[in-house]
Write a protein that binds this ligand. Sequence first.
Ligand code: PLP
Length: 443
Amino acid sequence: MTTGTEIDADLRPVLPLTAEVNAAGHLAIGGCDAVELAREFGTPLYVFDEADLRDRCREYVREFSARLPDVGVLYASKAYIGKALAQLLADEGLGLDVVSGGELAIARVAEFPLDRVYFHGNNKGREELAEAVAAGIGRVVIDNFRDIELLDEVAREAGVRQPVLLRVTPDVDPHTHSHITTGVLDSKFGFALAEGQAEEAMKRALAAPNLDVVGVHCHIGSQLFETEPYAAAIEKTLAFAADMRRHGLNLREFSPGGGIGIQYTRHEGPPPLATFAETIATAIKGACARLGLEIPRVTVEPGRSIVGRAGVALYSVGSRKDVPGVRTYVAVDGGMADNIRPAIYDAKYEALAAGRPLAALEELVTVVGKYCESGDVLVRDVRLPHLEAGEVLAIPASGAYCLSMASNYNAALKPPIVFVRDGKARLVRRRETYADLLATEVD
Ligand code: PLP
């Protein structure tokens, strides 16, 4: 924040880099007044700070490249992807991790360099694989035995020897929400190291004439604050890779996944990215030295930590309901249709009045959405000024896994998205219309 009038210092880590209080006393992002943005584009509105996005991309490239000889930073599209973001990421030199034909289609429309795109997923369809191979996708991450068979066939038909990584589950608990834990034994993703499953998969993949196994991949979970589980997963996965030399594996690439968490609330934040990069690099270098492996190319796949903090959701306040002695509900014009995270992960957020971010926090309220579920709660128990109907409420750290999980529940219209930078707002996605809702109906 750049002005003399400071927003609560505890909120800084959850607001985008350029967030400040402007001369009007309003929250401003990228030099754009949040109340004005709400007026111009309507609410709910998602605002992304371009400076923050670019800064995160550069920080990832810098911190990992400083510690490892050959690094690729791939943005995990599942956190949120659109054409403008894909173009910005391409411009910053990042790669992309996609998990569906749809995400691949967005990458293609954005003219994203497809050799920097990796295709993940635990149940890829034949058509999706064919599209990916035909498009010249950089890597397919093999997740199961069916992937090996299907992809080998698809690659043969396309006359391609497809580079692949093999995803293993190292059975490491990263201590995050069970819905976003991916690398334990009881997971739908990847091949378990236990019981020889991963070894069998490696043998089959190495024997598949149209697959080129360039390396291994593991991913333990998302929204992680602890770095130690990464070190454990890296150690196990690289030990497996070293062992697989018996079957002819020449390890050229390794991915320890994505997953450093972001700060959503005042008092709970992750360690700095440098600490995360240091843990990963040290674990990789140490394991390689012990196992007699050359340090491979390392690809990391951050999603949340690239876009999470850059995005702020703006809502208009509507009705309120006091339940004396219990709680006060303040309702806004969005909710679980644009942000389902509180409902499915019990995710926590902060909130602030965009028109008076410095005002006294007079009351404790629960911010709810407008959808027909009691679980449609955006922020439980947050201190705010007494908000009147029509005032704009900002929910920071809304850039990741909100828009990409948005639905049309209650026939809600998905919100517009603006990118802000140097005092200019660029609409990159318009609000859906009733016509959009009806476009797929067949008479
Ligand atoms: N890579 C893989 C394989 C994932 O499953 C995920 C998320 O679950 C990510 C990358 C991105 O994780 P995050 O958004 O936490 O960085």
